[in-house]
Ligand binder design. Structure first.
Ligand SMILES: C[S@@+](CC[C@H](N)C(=O)[O-])C[C@H]1O[C@@H](n2cnc3c(N)ncnc32)[C@H](O)[C@@H]1O
Length: 251
């Protein structure tokens, strides 16, 4: 288990009641760009609580396998998807086992995203991927960070690396990853997604994020309550959450 998977395991409860609402709205927008998946075998890579796979099932995919390193995240996925613990860079599936590999906000965690895209290509004919565009931001991030720091939080190295400019955040580099992996037809769309999240739900979104989870787990119940109240008053009055998402389709 690496630090990232440990952090997502620790985050699973707060993620599923807070952050998952945001990621569900983003997954819906990504699934809107999917090819026709009727009857298809789909692999959701870095599936977390399985939201993207569930949207593809609603669009008539025959079957969705959800693979993730964090077993606690997978435990929160509904019964509609088949969970498998596994690594995006060494998928435990045979060549061509799926019609479509789908992935949302996972490959940006990887030092070697090219390896994950190659693996996706090995196991599936097509790829659908969603990742944050480099300019995707919202004031809640900075204000919540400031509050959590006052309680003693220090940003883990993996999160700093991920946010420091990643190929998945840039349309040209993202398309290049897919072409290098052998996909012939590659498209990248930039979508503005209005998640509808505002008010205290912004606080729940941020406090469900995995980079905070190991730190929040060290606080006693009283400090955690105080921190939550401080975060809720810090996000009060901020605008609703809109995010910029790069959606890649490749075949
Ligand atoms: C930001 S979450 C997104 C989860 C889900 N796709 C969604 O949109 O709600 C990133 C997910 O990628 C998973 N992840 C990170 N590195 C991974 C790896 N090397 N292999 C598989 N999953 C990984 C994490 O455990 C986490 O569940």
């Amino acid at each position: 288990m690496n630090d990232i998977a440990l952090a997502y395991d620790a985050a699973a409860d707060a993620w599923s009641t807070g952050s998952a609402r945001v990621y569900d709205a983003l997954a819906s927008a990504i699934a809107d760009r999917a090819p026709d998946v009727t009857g298809h075998r789909v692999l959701d890579i870095g599936a977390g609580t399985g939201v993207l796979g569930l949207h593809l099932l609603r669009r008539r995919a025959a079957h969705v396998v959800a693979v993730d390193l964090a077993g606690q995240m997978l435990r929160k996925a509904g019964s509609g998807v088949s969970p498998v613990i596994g690594d995006a860079t060494a998928l435990p599936f045979a060549d061509g086992a799926f019609d479509l590999a789908a992935t949302a906000f996972c490959f940006s965690h990887l030092d070697r995203p090219e390896q994950a895209v190659r693996e996706a290509r090995r196991v599936a004919a097509g790829l659908l991927s969603g990742s944050f565009a480099g300019d995707s931001d919202h004031p809640a991030k900075a204000v919540v960070d400031e509050v959590v720091r006052r309680y003693g939080f220090d940003t883990p190295g993996w999160y700093t690396t991920m946010k420091g400019g990643h190929p998945m955040d840039d349309p040209e580099r993202l398309a290049g990853l897919a072409r290098t992996a052998g996909f012939g037809t590659v498209e990248v769309d930039l979508r503005q997604v209005d998640t509808g999240i505002a008010g205290n739900d912004l606080a729940a979104w941020r406090l469900g994020m995995a980079h905070y989870a190991p730190f929040l787990a060290t606080l006693d119940a009283r400090s955690l309550d105080a921190l939550r109240r401080d975060v809720e008053s810090a996000v009060d009055g901020l605008p609703p959450l809109t995010m910029s998402v790069l959606v890649l389709t490749a075949s």
